[in-house]
Design a protein around this ligand. Structure first.
Ligand SMILES: Nc1nc2c(ncn2[C@@H]2O[C@H](COP(=O)(O)OP(=O)(O)OP(=O)(O)O)[C@@H](O)[C@H]2O)c(=O)[nH]1
Ligand SMILES: [Zn+2]
Length: 208
């Protein structure tokens, strides 16, 4: 069985690093060129500020809040409990089409004498959403970072993705949803724990 922490070889762990800076001036210039290339007049009133708005959006997309050390609290009597944080919805961009994907993320872990501040799971999901992505890689990155934070591989992440590249263009299947699941440690070896996680994590997906 592959240990998640062992799997973090140097080349792979590089994707834990945030993407580079956005060259805002260049993006403004290129969006103006794009508008011209699709037959628009970049100088017309309605489009005059569009390149700057788009550049500002790219900048904010790639600049989620800086990584802070996740807050943890000693809880020496809490161990062996299943904790599931669900409904963490983040927006990312599909790297094939540059179209948005909505990722509904659920994380499960088993604390052992220490609990992590709940919002920190959402911050980790936001950080990995703020880059060009594919859903499978996003799911793995979130699992890997939480495993590092916890110092334990007892982590599972389930993600339900809605990809605009599949619903608004191409095959145009609006109802298509992609579910990814990556489970480590006890979530991999204990079928009961795994089932409990899935039941709690995907509860809201059945009615949505
Ligand atoms: N595995 C995976 N595929 C994705 C994801 N987001 C988008 N894709 C797929 O990436 C593929 C790109 O395929 P291409 O054939 O190169 O692109 P395309 O001609 O635009 O494909 P269509 O979407 O079928 O029109 C498509 O099948 C998308 O559905 C993702 O997060 N994970
Ligand atoms: Zn796509």
């Amino acid at each position: 069985m592959t240990n998640t922490l062992d799997r973090l070889a140097p080349s792979e762990s590089q994707d834990l690093v945030s993407p580079g800076e956005v060259d805002t001036e260049r993006v403004v210039d290129l969006v103006g060129q794009l508008l011209a290339a699709i037959g628009e007049d970049p100088g017309r009133e309605g489009l005059a500020d569009t390149p700057a708005r788009v550049a500002a959006w790219w900048r904010s997309f790639f600049s989620p809040e800086p990584s802070a050390a996740p807050t943890s609290f000693p809880e020496q009597h809490v161990s062996g409990q299943l904790v599931v944080i669900g409904g963490m919805s983040v927006w990312s961009l599909c790297e094939h089409h540059l179209l948005p994907m909505n990722l509904d993320v659920a994380v499960g872990y088993v604390p052992d004498g220490e609990v992590i501040g709940l919002s920190k799971f959402g911050r980790i999901a936001q950080r990995y959403a703020g880059r060009l992505q594919v859903q499978e890689r996003f799911t793995r990155q979130v699992v890997d970072e939480i495993a590092v934070v916890l110092g334990s591989t007892d982590v599972a992440v389930a993600v339900r993705g809605t990809h605009l590249c599949m619903s608004s263009r191409g095959v145009r299947m609006e109802a298509a949803r992609t579910t990814t699941l990556q489970a480590g440690g006890r979530f991999e070896s204990d079928p009961v724990l795994s089932q409990q996680f899935l039941a709690l994590a995907t509860d809201r997906w059945r009615v949505a």
